[in-house]
Design a protein around this ligand. Structure first.
Ligand SMILES: *[C@@H]1O[C@H](CO)[C@@H](O)[C@H](O)[C@H]1NC(C)=O
Ligand SMILES: *[C@@H]1O[C@H](CO)[C@@H](O)[C@H](O)[C@H]1NC(C)=O
Ligand SMILES: *[C@@H]1O[C@H](CO)[C@@H](O)[C@H](O)[C@H]1NC(C)=O
Ligand SMILES: *[C@@H]1O[C@H](CO)[C@@H](O)[C@H](O)[C@H]1NC(C)=O
Length: 349
C-alpha cells in the first residue's frame, strides 16, 4: 500500500511536470478543432523519453522551465512549444501521456523521441516510421477521425541523429552523399505518409548547421564551425527542398513546406557580428559543458560529483548542451524572419 501510494505520488509528480509543460497561450485554436502533431527527435521532444534513461530527466535540464527536469532537452522550452505558441495552442502532450492526460489529446500529440532518426539509431526509441504508425493506430482506434486529421498540422524534426549515428558506426563521413540521399528519400516517404493520413499542413525542419554544434566545435574551444559537416548539411537541405517541391507538385497541394531552422541558426550566429550588439556573446559556447566528455551534461559520478560545469545564466547562452539550444536560443531562432516566414505558411491554402 505504501509502495503503491509512493508510486502514485511519483506518478503525479511527473504528471504535473508534464502538464506544466504547456505554453501559456490564448485558447483561440485550443478548442480542439485544430490538432498539432509532432514527429522526430530531441529538438521537438517534450518528454517521450524514458525517465530512467534520458539526460532530459536529470538536473540541470528544465531549470528555466518548468523549473525541474521534465523531459525536454534544454533548460526550458523547445521548438514544439514555440510553434504551438505561434498557433495559440497548448503544447501537444507527449504521446506517452495520452492515457493519463486524455483530455489534452484533442489538441494533438507529440510523438517525437530524443535520439531518433528516420532510420534506426543507437537510441532505444521508436524511429520516425514507428512514430507515424502510432498516429495511424490512433486513427484505427477512433481516437482521431478523418475530419480531425483534415484540420490538423504537423511538424517533422529530423535534426541529424541519422548522420551522428553514421559517423559513430562508420567512423568517418566517407560515403555520406549516398547516405544523405537515402535519409532524404526515407524522410520523403514519411512526409507523404503523414499527408495520406489526412494532415493538411506539414512543416519539415531543415537541418541545422551540424558543424557548429558544440559537440563539433569543442576542439576549437567553441570558436570555429566544422566546415566538412556544414557542406554535407547543405546537400541534405538542397535535396530536402527538391523533395518538398516534388511532393507539393505530386499532391497538387501546398501542404508541404520547410521550416527553415538552418537559416534561422545562421541569422542568430551572424547577429553577433552586427553593429546592433550581440545577443549572445559567443553563440557557439554552450551553458552546460561536460568536463571530460562532450555528452555528460546532467551526469554525476559514483560519489555524486558533477561531470559537467554549468554557466551562471542560461538566458545569456544560445546553446544549452553539446547539441541543443537553450530556451533563449529557441526564442531567438523563433524570432528570426526565416522562422516566422516559414510559419506563416501554416495558414496559407
Ligand atoms: C523503424 O523501426 C521498425 C521497428 O523497429 C523497423 O521495423 C523499421 O525497419 C524501421 N524503419 C526504418 C526506416 O529504419
Ligand atoms: C555505414 O556506411 C554504409 C555505406 O556507406 C551505409 O550503407 C550504412 O548505412 C552506414 N551505417 C550507418 C549506421 O549509418
Ligand atoms: C510538376 O509535375 C509535372 C508532371 O506531373 C511536371 O511536368 C512539372 O514540370 C512539375 N513541376 C515542377 C515545378 O516540378
Ligand atoms: C551569415 O553570414 C555568412 C557569412 O558572412 C553568409 O554567407 C550568410 O548568408 C549569412 N546568413 C544569414 C542567414 O544571415
Amino acid at each position: 500500500m505504501v509502495a503503491q501510494t509512493l508510486a502514485f505520488s511519483i506518478f503525479c509528480f511527473f504528471l504535473i511536470s508534464a502538464l506544466s509543460g504547456q505554453q501559456q497561450g490564448v485558447e483561440g485554436l485550443g478548442k480542439g478543432e485544430v490538432k498539432f502533431f509532432v514527429f522526430g527527435d530531441s529538438y521537438a521532444d517534450t518528454g517521450n523519453n524514458r525517465i530512467a534513461l534520458a539526460s532530459s530527466w536529470k538536473f540541470p535540464y528544465g531549470i528555466t522551465f518548468p523549473g525541474k527536469p521534465a523531459g525536454r532537452f534544454s533548460d526550458g522550452r523547445v521548438s514544439t512549444d514555440f510553434i504551438a505558441g505561434y498557433l495559440r495552442m497548448k503544447t501537444p502532450i507527449p504521446y506517452r501521456w495520452r492515457k493519463q492526460l486524455a483530455g489534452r489529446v484533442k489538441y494533438g500529440l507529440n510523438f517525437a523521441y530524443g535520439g531518433t532518426g528516420v532510420f534506426d539509431t543507437q537510441a532505444p526509441y521508436p524511429n520516425m516510421t514507428t512514430q507515424i504508425d502510432f498516429l495511424q493506430q490512433l486513427i484505427k482506434d477512433s481516437v482521431y477521425t478523418k475530419s480531425d486529421l483534415e484540420t490538423s498540422l504537423a511538424f517533422v524534426s529530423a535534426s541529424g541523429n541519422d548522420y551522428a549515428n553514421y559517423i559513430a558506426m562508420n567512423g568517418s563521413t566517407a560515403g555520406f552523399p549516398t547516405f544523405i540521399s537515402n535519409v532524404v528519400s526515407q524522410l520523403t516517404v514519411n512526409l507523404r505518409r503523414i499527408h495520406s493520413l489526412g494532415v493538411r499542413k506539414i512543416a519539415v525542419g531543415s537541418l541545422p548547421p551540424l558543424g557548429c554544434l558544440p559537440a563539433n566545435t569543442a576542439t576549437s574551444s567553441f570558436q570555429q564551425c566544422e566546415q566538412t559537416q556544414n557542406a554535407l548539411v547543405n546537400l541534405h537541405n538542397q535535396l530536402l527542398l527538391q523533395a518538398v517541391t516534388n511532393l507539393n507538385n505530386q499532391t497538387h497541394s501546398t501542404s508541404f513546406f520547410i521550416l527553415d531552422i538552418h537559416d534561422a541558426f545562421w541569422t542568430v550566429f551572424n547577429q553577433t557580428q552586427a553593429a546592433g550588439g550581440p545577443k549572445f556573446e559567443n553563440p557557439l559556447q554552450p551553458c552546460c559543458v561536460g568536463v571530460s566528455a562532450a555528452f555528460s551534461c546532467g551526469s554525476v559520478d559514483e560519489n555524486g560529483v558533477k561531470k559537467y560545469t554549468l554557466c551562471s545564466n542560461p538566458k545569456s547562452m544560445f546553446f544549452w548542451d553539446s547539441l541543443h539550444p537553450t530556451q533563449e536560443g529557441w526564442r531567438a531562432l523563433y524570432s528570426t524572419p526565416a522562422f516566422q516566414n516559414s510559419l506563416k505558411q501554416l495558414w496559407q491554402n
